[in-house]
Design a protein around this ligand. Structure first.
Ligand SMILES: Nc1ncnc2c1ncn2[C@@H]1O[C@H](COP(=O)(O)OP(=O)(O)OP(=O)(O)O)[C@@H](O)[C@H]1O
Length: 335
């Protein structure tokens, strides 16, 4: 890639400057070992020299996905040692199951472990960039997502909003930067990074989009990537507005026990009823039902007469309606 070098530090520092940081707060570089997160480490190291009053840490979790992963982890450790940058490296095997792909299981286990290893109020820095954002949007489109999914990744997200335990802030300072610009930076600063050959395996959906689909789309429509990013941004904004409005509408409909009054839903259109149900389920930490399940919930709960006590189950959750027409969400022991 022969993109011209530009210093990414001002953009990085601006992303951190948007946060309200307190002295001694922990700032964590999450290292996958690729050029993206090595660039994050380098930028954070530069930031450290100007801001010595924070606690710095780099974390690498080795899932043992690759035969060379142990060597890679050692290389990352040496790199941090040379910089005198505190580092934690841990083997984190990923339980294999049919439910999700190996990559998705790795990501899930990784976020949970990163969360446990860092301070509760740490800022966790991730290396995702513009190209990752375009791929995430297209993956969501493939799944048939609505505005929330199509909003793709946020630059800043706090742990509570992400429904992870703890209150860490997750930051993607390079979300607006292209992969080519990151490579130009990494080469210019002579960083060491790992080229994982599985990144070229197009049997993995993200790699298929990266190598076969997006280049074709951008060849035909050079502005395609920008358009995707604009759509993601618009979806994110619409989602924020929607959440604000739904929050206001839900307030009078939820009792002290957190149960939802069905009769408060009745005056709304079917689409708004679904949106309110989704928002209430989200507030209660439920796995989102599919569109068909949600419609089943709506018709059963809103339309069934008072003589019945409807209930709908999905995944680990069970929704029941009490005699006074309040919805109660329960977790089942087995699905
Ligand atoms: N094994 C890991 N240990 C710690 N953090 C990780 C690990 N893998 C990825 N991350 C962090 O999560 C971000 C997103 O992960 P993703 O699945 O896109 O990995 P990646 O692109 O292979 O990693 P990299 O950014 O190092 O190239 C990475 O940019 C990195 O900050």
């Amino acid at each position: 890639m022969n993109t011209e070098y530009r210093d990414l530090y001002p953009e990085f520092a601006a992303a951190l400057a948007k946060l309200t940081l307190r002295p001694h707060q922990q700032l964590v570089a999450c290292l996958g070992g690729g050029a993206d997160s090595q660039t994050i480490l380098d930028l954070l190291d530069r930031w450290r020299s100007e801001h010595p009053d924070f606690n710095y840490l780099a974390i690498h979790l080795d899932h043992r996905f690759h035969p060379s992963s142990g060597e890679w982890a050692e290389g990352l450790r040496q790199d941090c040692l040379r910089r005198n940058f505190p580092m934690l490296c841990e083997v984190l095997p990923v339980p294999q199951g049919a439910r999700i792909s190996k990559e998705a299981a790795g990501r899930e286990a990784r976020y949970q472990r990163l969360n446990e290893l860092a301070d509760d109020d740490a800022v966790m820095l991730l290396g995702q960039h513009r190209n990752d954002q375009i791929e995430t949007f297209l993956l969501q489109l493939k799944r048939g997502a609505g505005p929330k999914g199509l909003a793709a990744m946020a630059q800043t997200i706090d742990g509570e909003a992400a429904h992870r335990s703890g209150s860490q802030t997750w930051l993607r300072p390079l979300l607006g930067v292209s992969k080519a610009e990151i490579y130009a930076y990494a080469e210019h600063h002579k960083l060491h990074w790992i080229e994982d050959d599985t990144n070229y395996d197009t049997a993995i959906d993200r790699n298929f989009l990266r190598h076969e689909v997006v280049p074709k789309l951008e060849e035909r429509w050079p502005q395609f990537g920008n358009s995707v990013l604009r759509s993601a941004q618009l979806c994110a904004e619409q989602q924020d507005v929607l959440e604000e409005l739904l929050h206001e509408q839900l307030k009078p409909a939820v009792n002290e026990a957190g149960e939802l009054a069905v009769d408060q839903l009745k005056s709304h259109s079917a689409a708004t009823q679904r949106a309110l149900l989704r928002a209430w389920l989200h507030q209660n930490g439920a796995t989102m039902p599919s569109y068909a399940q949600l419609e089943q919930i709506r018709t059963q709960m809103v339309q069934t007469g008072n003589d019945k006590q409807p209930q709908v189950a999905w995944g680990r959750f069970l929704l029941t309606r009490s005699r006074d027409r309040y919805l109660q969400l329960q977790q089942r022991t087995s699905s």
